[in-house]
Design a protein around this ligand. Sequence first.
Ligand code: PHE
Length: 338
Amino acid sequence: MIEEIKNIKEEIKNIKITSADQLENFRIKYLSKKGKLSDFFDWLKTAQPEQKKEFGKPINELKNLLQNTYDQYKAQFDSADNALTNELDLTLPGNSINTGTKHPLTLIQEELTGIFRKLGFAIADGPEIEDDWHNFSALNFPDNHPARDMQDTFFIDKEIALRTHTSSVQVRYMEKNKPPMRVIMPGRVYRNEAISARANCFFHQIEGLYIDENVSFADLKQTLYYFVKELFGENVKIRFRPSYFPFTEPSAEMDINCRICEGAGCNVCKHSGWVEILGCGMVDPQVLTNCGIDSEKYTGYAFGLGVERVAMLKYDVKDLRIYFDNDLRFLNQFKKIS
Ligand code: PHE
């Protein structure tokens, strides 16, 4: 009998069960009421006490071995079964959900307005189809003055045009509000320019306006310096160049050191190491008067920056036409990692 138990043990050790059917046969053969194990226990019941002593232990060991083997295979087949019935294969890669993303210009605009909001600037909006007064006359562009040529205008009729800058919102805001005022005006503007890597017939600006008593050019400089440091980091350099705008006096353009080549010289900075990012100046007293603000009491500064230009430098994009191509390969790069 010991011999028989040994043989069965040996057989079990080498057994390979590959299907639920085989496992069922295994159960019938060894573990069912008519199976081998039952035979041994039946025999044990009627055995002599010495025999019980001698065979009890090995028979119980065999029982455990058979039961464990059965249980193991059973668990294995059950989970495979489950996997099949639930069609759940944990090794399959997941289906990614294709979410949209904010346009890079929206992202940069949110970042820019966020910086000025921290400084206490409110946000104002205005129409894209503008009349001559708000886009030109109130801003000191006299009729037939060559300064109007600076801005290649899309006219709708003699009096109405697509706004060429967000300075028109400046006029609207001053007409409706009283100083002190600190406000930025983001928006789309239009100019009749030949489309190229550096220019488009429409683009986005953010104009800023601050009017109070004793506002000086130093305030303007400091605000803009803070702004570019927030945007490009502490080590950014700025320089102001004298310039001309009909509605500011004095006027300047502000450059930052080229973020793309870090001064080594590239096409974006035209090998100068500097890139212009905005125009600015002290609001001309005549403009304040035009908008109903006492120019004896108040002074103010204004600035206007091109959103695409900033985005180009920030994202290292060398052709601004791709902002409007709707090419998903480009847009997907701006998916938030968050
Ligand atoms: N409006 C000017 C432009 O279109 C920019 C600017 C705004 C300059 C405010 C000075 C002050 O380029």
